[in-house]
Design a binder for this molecule. Sequence first.
Ligand code: NDP
Length: 265
Amino acid sequence: MSKTLFAIFGNPVSHSKSPLMHNLSFQGLGFDGCYTRYLLEDGATLKKTFFDLQLKGINITVPHKEHAYNACDVLDPFAQKVGAVNTIVEKEGKLYGYNTDAPGFLKAISEFKEAKTVLFLGAGGTAQSTSSILRDASYEVTLLNRTPGRLKRYKKEGFETYTFETFTPKAYDLVINMTSAGLEDDSLPAPPEILEQVIPAAKACIDVIYGKETPFLKLAKSYGKPTKDGSDMLLYQGIIAFEHFTGHQYTFEEIEPHMKKAFIL
Ligand code: NDP
């Protein structure tokens, strides 16, 4: 019998750690699966591509999480609420959609036990799902974004929102870079005069970018703040996706040591 096939769809996708994370876990747990990457250029072809490739499950990364949402026959309630899907599993010919980014992020910040108030730098797709789960978990989330456009939906949902021009710095327990600033350039997610007020007042600073020390985390370290990059978020979203892929045959704790190896290779 052939292996059960999985993939990550994205554009670009060549940098993704997901194939390594999932293949190490299949191997370690003795699950007969194989996970590859697929450069999907046109998000509208996601569903057809999924079935053409005879896949059992996929992860979806930038820029196709909304297309993935639209491709699903059945949505998990949280994915439905936030309008973004990063994990799809096929069951009896139907596509089931989940969002594992947000619970992965929630778990990643759980080590900061005292934190209650959070400042998000950025208001894009990742901020959308993570702000929602944080609010459900009783964090108070404020969003600060470069431009006003993306803030509209957050404002409608009752979040406190600011642009750089309207922001009056206050103390927040966690300051989190939710932007792509620093991913492929050396830019900060907000003007230095704002960061130089919110970072010293924070208990910790977090970046969702992984695999490099961003200018934001460098600045936070220069103030002696505890910092954390996006690696744990990536790991935990992957473990939760793996649970869905394998029909919850394995617990989070069983999967974790295998998937973690992808971060030390
Ligand atoms: P989006 O494209 O949806 O949103 C981008 C956001 O970044 C917007 O708020 C945008 O502001 C802001 N932005 C971009 N460049 C700058 C800049 N130079 N200065 C200030 N603000 C800027 O991106 P996503 O939400 O999909 O992704 C955000 C980050 O999250 C990426 O770096 C991605 O790699 C990371 N990520 C990490 C994951 C993990 O597992 N660790 C999982 C998913 C994402 P504006 O509205 O003004 O344009």
